[in-house]
Design a protein around this ligand. Structure first.
Ligand SMILES: NCc1[nH]cc(CCC(=O)O)c1CC(=O)O
Length: 346
């Protein structure tokens, strides 16, 4: 249902902006944060819940099409005119631009680093040899094993709260999560170690949000633009350009973090393989006016130095098999979903 554009809207009697959100607590918290920012600017905002494949299907993300599954249903709701804007975790957003949609704002990002939640308040160095560490992320698994090959990495999925619970029940010694998500959920006091970027580079875009609108909806775009943070946009543009140039998806074992330092844009990146045979780390600096170039040139360097040997199946995380016929709730993918999932493969 597409609502007719309001005639002569000037901002004085704003139509309520319909903000589409996933139903997880992290998603509603992030959406609520954006809604509050827009309300503080004088706009009326209502939240609209959208159910995504990634929420209902608990198969490993690497099998059901990567984290792009979280974005696809929200994007469909945007295109259908059911909502006017959608808030994504930027790291879950496929790197290829989505036709008809535009990321109108990237607000200032949180600390992008990964954190450890371990039993008994342990930090990474304090975990004993053989300790079990849960993560569903090939990027986290690869990097933690470079630093601590003696640890036992276990694949886990689920929302932030349920992953943390695995350490309190004694099932696992530790889990690795994005610090940003934990802080937004008010769970900062459960962090037992903030993992240094020298040990683990975050996912490209980690800690940042992306507010997406319809390209044709200039009125909403103008409103949302006010939330954009230039330094964040510059940094994540370099990080995502690297991911794109590696032809990698958002669940690939690729880490990247850019930041401004003394007027220069610094980009650090990691590229690894699942079996640990490839684990490359490189750093480059460039012009903050051209983050795309810095990202793609560092990607080229990684490829020359061995990242070209990382199998395409590992990088792109293309669904390698048809998902089990019985989705948990019997939901079948629409052709549209499939299209949206495909877009993140090169
Ligand atoms: N893949 C799930 C996801 N997407 C965004 C975040 C956290 C918030 C962020 O990184 O911006 C998380 C949880 C996690 O990785 O621990």
């Amino acid at each position: 249902m597409t609502r007719p554009a309001p005639a002569g809207h000037s901002g004085s009697s704003p139509r309520p902006l319909r903000l589409g959100t996933r139903r997880s607590r992290l998603a509603t918290t992030q959406s609520g944060w954006v809604a509050d920012k827009l309300r503080a600017l004088g706009h009326e905002v209502e939240l609209v819940e959208v159910v995504t494949e990634g929420d209902v299907n608990l198969a490993p993300l690497t099998q059901i099409g990567g984290t792009g599954v979280f974005a696809s249903a929200l994007r469909q709701a945007l295109r259908a005119g059911e909502v006017d804007l959608a808030v994504h975790s930027l790291k879950d957003l496929p790197v290829l631009p989505e036709p008809g949609l535009v990321v109108a704002a990237i607000p200032e990002r949180e600390d992008p680093r990964d954190v450890l939640v371990a039993r008994d308040g342990l930090d990474l160095a304090g975990l004993p040899a053989g300790a079990s560490v849960g993560t569903g992320s090939p990027r986290r698994a690869a990097q933690v094993l470079v630093h601590r090959p003696d640890l036992q990495v276990t694949a886990i999925r689920g929302n932030v709260e349920s992953r943390i619970r695995r350490t309190t029940t004694g099932e696992l010694d530790a889990v690795i999560l994005a610090g940003a998500g934990m802080r937004r959920l008010g769970l900062a006091e459960q962090i037992t170690d903030v993992i240094d970027v020298d040990v683990m580079l975050p996912a490209p875009g980690q800690g940042a949000l992306a507010v997406e609108c319809r390209e044709s909806d200039t009125e909403v775009i103008e409103v949302v633009r006010a939330l954009d943070h230039e330094a964040t946009r510059t940094a994540v543009t370099a990080e995502r350009a690297l991911l794109r140039a590696l032809e990698a998806g958002c669940t690939a074992p690729i880490g990247a973090r850019a930041h401004l330092e003394a007027g220069e844009l610094v980009l650090e990146a990691f590229a690894g393989s699942d079996d640990g045979s490839i684990a490359l780390r490189r750093r480059a600096t460039g012009d903050p006016q051209d983050p795309l170039r810095l990202g793609s040139s560092l990607a080229a360097e990684l490829l020359t130095d061995g990242a070209d040997r990382i199998p395409a199946s590992v990088l792109a995380r293309t669904p390698t098999h048809t998902p089990p016929s019985g989705d948990p709730d019997g939901r079948t993918r629409s052709p549209r979903d499939t299209g949206a999932i495909k877009e993140q493969t090169p």
